[in-house]
Design a protein around this ligand. Sequence first.
Ligand code: MLT
Length: 265
Amino acid sequence: MAESISPDIHCEVTGGGEGIPLVLVHGFPLDSRMWLPQKEFLQGRRPVLLPDLPGFGRSPDPARSASIDGYASALKGELDRRDIGNVVLAGFSMGGYTALAFAEHYPERLAALVLANTRAAADSEEGRAARTQAMERVREADPVALAEETPAKLLCKRSLHERPELVRWVDHIVRTQRTSGVVGGLEAMRDRPDRTALLPHIKCPVLVVGGEMDPIVPAEEVREMAAAVPGGRLKFIAGSGHLSNLEQPEAFNSVVEEFLREADL
Ligand code: MLT
């Protein structure tokens, strides 16, 4: 059981209709606003929960140090508060790290899992050192320190050049995060455990989604992760960098919809 780090989080409930709720968990340094195209697409189709992880968006800071396990525990607490049993849990990148932690601690609550642009492995030593440096930069200059570089990291070249409104939207979400939440997120990602050994033990249907041109989670790693899950499905989103759900929303929505239909959910 993961320790609770946050008594309460902000979580919008939308969508409506029948069916098992879909929980969409955002990446870093973002919040639930990154799911806007999915929120619109899912209106009237199924209940959707859009949580902000502790310290991000409209959620308060965690009561103790941020951790990926603590984020998973905050999600579980939110489901308990709302008396929601099973869910389809979809996590993007840092949200995927959180979804895997949830799968480890609360497997009985999962009807299915969508792991988008994410990995099971922990950070390398070099990656951990870079997180610590980024924490220092953000403490000095708040999330603006990351805003300058984030769109170029998350979006492919084509999106960067041809979709100024998307670049502005991503930039805006980053700039409106709080220093404490962003520093906490970096610490949580830096210290997260390797969950590769969990993959063969996941019992629910799993969809792994990769971005064709994702420099943060390369295609080979995405393939390996999908292959390690029994019956894991794999889809790549063409014409996308890391932020596949925002860069190619129609393709992203349709692979998730097809997966849920095939899994009879
Ligand atoms: C994210 O999109 O959540 C981050 O890029 C993940 C990471 O930095 O490991």
